[in-house]
Design a protein around this ligand. Structure first.
Ligand code: UDP
Ligand code: MG
Length: 340
């Protein structure tokens, strides 16, 4: 009897199930086209797959369409969240419900081309745990978005614990190992790209051109993007607190020097009532710095407050698991209500 090698070369393992996780919020307009594109991409690859739709509290016909797709294609899981929780948490719910040996995370608006999935699977079969897609060009995005995104990535690289690869969204393939690692991180303030980068594992990058949205409108506005950036920074680094400390020290030093200057001036030149403007400027400046520093501390305090509540990340209205998946699955469905 031949003995199998203890460590089988992973490239030769026959991959089992691929889960394609897609969070969707009011995507009725483009959902069918999305599913068609996924089927078309997968038809060219010998790879069993399930689609895991997460309905993030949509108010349009998204859920109904998901149901229709599931009736026609039984290898479809639907996770119906109890309300809109936002993309980061919807994505987490999808990862929790995915049973595949590898998971592809993809947006429903066809901005992440499903045709790349084949290349991702190839990377996975080569033995990479993470294969992420990097956009070469961002068509149909305003210069303001491009500039602000560029600044954000530069800032994250400068202050973050692990640098974020530039122009990389959530669109990626992760092996079961990487998905399990991400699923153990249950913090409320989630910046998925940061979490994906934080867990590590051997990864490979493939490049693509990001197309404009196929249908519907983006759910992001500048205010939401700003908040996401703050989330990204505060959830992965304490740098703003350090900056506050140094800002405090620097202003204190400046105030001290100014103080000496005024005392010396008073002693040598006598100084009748003067310097009102200097006084008011110094007062306002110090007040402003103090408020800014308090604000930064408040951001972190608020996050500590939210984390200490230890609430579940989301609630599920219903999970309709995929059927007729013609292969073994790696992981049982996790239910947030039980997992806590
Ligand atoms: N999305 C979601 N919940 C939300 C907002 C968005 O599940 O609260 C989904 C959305 O349906 C889409 C993906 O997240 O599949 C990306 O959203 P969008 O296209 O608006 O973001 P962008 O591509 O501009 O980053
Ligand atoms: Mg989009």
């Amino acid at each position: 009897m031949s003995v199998a090698p203890v460590v089988a070369p992973r490239a030769e393992e026959k991959p089992r199930l691929l889960s394609i996780v897609c969070p969707a919020y009011n995507e009725a307009e483009g959902l069918l086209a999305f599913h068609r594109a996924v089927r078309k991409a997968m038809a060219e690859i010998d790879q069993p797959f399930e689609v895991v739709f997460v309905n993030d509290g949509s108010t349009d016909a998204t859920l109904q369409l998901m149901g229709e797709l599931r009736a026609r294609h039984p290898a479809t899981t639907i996770v119906d969240l109890s309300r809109n929780f936002g993309k980061e948490i919807a994505l987490t719910a999808g990862l929790d419900a995915a049973r595949g040996d590898a998971v592809v995370v993809i947006d429903a608006d066809l901005q992440d081309p499903p045709s790349l999935i084949g290349e991702m699977i190839a990377g996975w079969r080569e033995g990479y745990d993470v294969v992420y897609a990097q956009r070469r060009a961002r068509e149909g995005e305003s210069w303001l978005k491009l500039v602000s995104a560029g600044l954000f990535y530069r800032l994250m690289r400068g202050v973050g614990e692990v640098g974020l690869p530039e122009n990389v969204g959530d669109f990626r393939l992760m092996s079961r190992k990487a998905v399990d690692a991400v699923c153990t991180l249950r913090e409320r303030h989630r910046f998925m790209k940061g979490l994906f980068a934080w867990v590590g594992f051997p990864s490979k990058v493939i490049q693509y051109d990001r197309a404009p949205r196929e249908a519907g409108a983006t759910k992001w506005n500048y205010w939401k993007l700003w908040n996401l950036s703050i989330e990204g920074i505060t959830s992965s680094t304490l740098a703003p607190l350090k900056v506050s400390t140094y800002l405090g020290f620097a202003t204190a030093a400046a105030a001290f020097a100014l103080g000496i200057f005024f005392v010396v001036k008073k002693l040598f030149f006598g100084d009748p009532v003067q310097g009102f403007s200097a006084l008011i400027v110094a007062m306002l400046f110090l007040g402003g710095v103090q408020l800014a520093v308090l604000g930064v501390m408040g951001e972190y305090l608020g996050r500590i407050f939210n984390e200490t509540k230890k609430r579940p990340l989301y609630f599920v209205n219903a999970i309709l698991p995929s059927k007729d998946v013609a292969c073994d699955t790696a992981a049982p469905i996790r239910d947030e209500r039980r997992a806590g």
